[in-house]
Design a protein around this ligand. Structure first.
Ligand code: ATP
Ligand code: MG
Length: 566
């Protein structure tokens, strides 16, 4: 275990440094930079998901490791898509994960003025020009992978003319799409991104933060390197799809003549088996009303994971175990569950809750008597102390802990059989009550008063141990059991039309679960093990004082084993 841990978590002492750390080590050694500054630059167009958590924790972790800085920056250069709802949720999620950006919360839109200046600088150097081609014409003249593109007529325009026309674009006199600013690079470059990419476009759309100050907006490939450079970012870590854009990133920071230009490093996105991570797909589930908002506990947005009951520590552990790589791969979703189990095993109290109650009557228990049994909160962690749990002659047990006609190897309650009521007494089943439809309404038993605490009084053994709550002293509450929202048999995407293969039974809501009294006072986000049923969390949103709603985070067992370094 210890060995695996070191490998998996990238132990910093040995040879297991990841490729990004090695690149940074080299930069520092060679004096390219004397400090490290990273950033997390979300586009505020949706909630963050587990993939973003990886990026956040990677960037934050590197800043921590090198005693550098971590910036939080909204990449809000696209005025059509942003919503303040998303900004609030993003900040909440980043803070909850513990990625402390201190006072460095930035907005790319605050740099619009400086970006404009940089564009003017490029025009003056002859490195950018105004194009009057339409978007379609630009696409059509870009060439192919085997053939160079053709030159934009604007390429030949004088610097003075370009400056005047750029000013005109900015002034509002130009219609959307009628002019763009293009970089003058190389229409024959084998890298299509270098064939005179568009730097600025006209869009008469007010911006959430800058209002109608601007009607020209920078394109991502121009804006992003500038944002990094303005902030003194040293290592701009992004995902693999930007690898082909790196030459353009480097062109921008070079031509804009930054003294300490940032450098871009790409890593592989996190993909989870059987899980919807793409923002686009999550958004569709929300918009189609298939889930109950961006924070529905069945999703893997950070807000969903939080509601479901994941802890920041479990997500950090998960990201560590994933490691960073330059090659795309798919991570087993069971690893995420493994991480929360490992966390809660030692931190969550183990309580009794009956999800599908069946009455158990102890016929020889003194009528009207109640006693309090002292039960350890977590037998693996004695420091967690004990609590008192009421016990009486009328209990609830799980419906499937009784069978009138048991199959072989069924060791729980059936007529004539004796079992242990967990931490309480031995009971032997004597019969059942049925209603007019033949449905079992109660199970009868007798108990052995000598077996208090669930200890055998005379060395006789029982094979089954079941849990219980006292009928009169238990509370009724709502419990939600979740399954994957994706139909795992079919896989995430429908091969015909690219839609999602959904599991129609992804949530079971139980309104009449019976829980031991202490659970009725659970605070939102409090986590428990319900013995034999799994780990549960009192829902952040739907719980009311004295009436918690419990979400099952994960069941107790899994066949998952920690993968070896691959
Ligand atoms: P999505 O792919 O879900 O639409 P995005 O890339 O459009 O996400 P941004 O807000 O642009 O989302 O991303 C912010 C940062 O998070 C970027 O640096 C991006 O590379 C990173 N990121 C996004 N998805 C993942 C992922 N699955 N794994 C790791 N990092 C990711
Ligand atoms: Mg994006």
């Amino acid at each position: 275990m210890e060995e695996i841990d070191k490998e998996q978590t990238g132990d910093k002492s040995g040879s297991s440094r990841n490729f990004i750390e090695m690149a940074i080590d080299k930069d520092l050694r060679e004096g390219v930079y004397d400090t490290v500054c990273t950033r997390f630059p979300p586009e505020p167009n949706g909630f963050l998901h587990i993939g973003h958590a990886k990026s956040i924790l990677l960037n934050y972790g590197l800043a921590q490791e090198y005693g550098g800085k971590f910036n939080m920056r909204f990449d809000d250069t696209n005025p059509t898509k942003e919503k303040s709802e998303f900004m609030d949720s993003i900040i909440r999620d980043v803070q909850w994960l513990g990625a402390d950006y201190e006072d460095r919360l930035f907005y790319a839109s605050d740099y619009f003025g400086r970006m404009y200046e940089e564009a003017v600088k490029l025009i003056k150097k002859g490195k950018a020009y105004i194009s009057t081609l339409t978007a379609d014409e630009i696409r059509e003249t870009r060439g192919t992978l085997t053939e160079p593109g053709s030159e934009d007529p604007g390429r030949g325009r004088s610097i003075e003319e370009n400056l005047r026309m750029f000013e005109e674009m900015k002034s509002g006199a130009v219609e959307d799409g009628a002019m763009t600013l293009r970089a003058r690079i190389d229409m024959a470059s084998p890298n299509m991104n270098m064939r005179d990419p568009i730097l600025y476009r006209v869009a008469h759309i007010p911006h959430a933060r800058t209002g109608d100050t601007w009607c020209i907006y920078p394109m991502y490939d121009f804006a992003h390197p500038l944002e990094d450079a303005f902030e003194g970012v040293t290592h701009s870590i992004c995902t693999l799809e930007f690898e082909d854009h790196r030459p353009l990133y480097e062109w921008v920071v070079r031509e804009c003549e930054f003294v300490h230009p940032p450098r871009q490093i790409e890593f592989a996105k996190l993909f989870l088996n059987n899980v919807v991570t793409g923002k686009r797909y999550i958004k569709k589930l929300v918009e189609d009303g298939i889930v109950d908002g961006w924070d529905d506990p069945r999703l893997v947005t950070i807000a969903s994971l939080r509601r479901r009951g994941y802890t920041p520590a479990s997500i950090r552990r998960f990201v560590e175990l994933c490691g960073v790589s330059k090659a795309n791969s798919v991570t087993d979703d069971a690893m995420l569950e493994y991480c929360i189990r490992e966390d809660l095993k030692e931190t969550a109290p183990r309580m009794m809750a009956i999800l599908h109650p069946l009455k158990l009557v102890i016929d020889n228990y003194p009528a009207g008597q109640t006693e309090e049994l002292e039960i350890e909160n977590n037998k693996d962690v004695p420091e967690m102390g004990k609590r008192k749990v009421p016990f009486s002659g009328e209990l609830y047990i799980e419906r499937d802990d009784f069978m009138e006609e048991p199959p072989k190897k069924y060791f729980r309650l059936f007529p004539g059989n004796e079992v242990r009521l967990m931490n309480a007494y031995f009971v032997r089943c004597t019969g059942v009550d049925k209603d007019e439809n033949g449905e079992i309404t109660a199970v009868h038993c007798t108990y052995d008063p000598e077996s208090r605490g669930g200890e055998s009084p005379d060395g006789r053994k029982v094979k089954g141990t079941i849990h219980w709550v006292s009928a009169a002293q238990s509370a009724t509450c709502t419990v939600r059991l979740y399954e994957n929202i994706i139909d795992e048999e079919k896989g995430v995407y429908n091969k015909e039309d690219g839609s999602l293969n959904l599991n129609p039974h992804s949530v079971e809501v139980i309104n009449d679960a019976r829980v031991e009294p202490a659970l009725a006072g659970a605070q939102p986000e409090e986590r428990f093990q319900f013995v034999r049923s799994g780990f549960f969390c009192a829902d952040l949103k739907d719980s009311a004082p004295g009436a918690p709603v419990f979400n099952r985070i994960v069941s107790l067992k899994s066949s998952f084993v920690l993968p070896k370094e691959g």
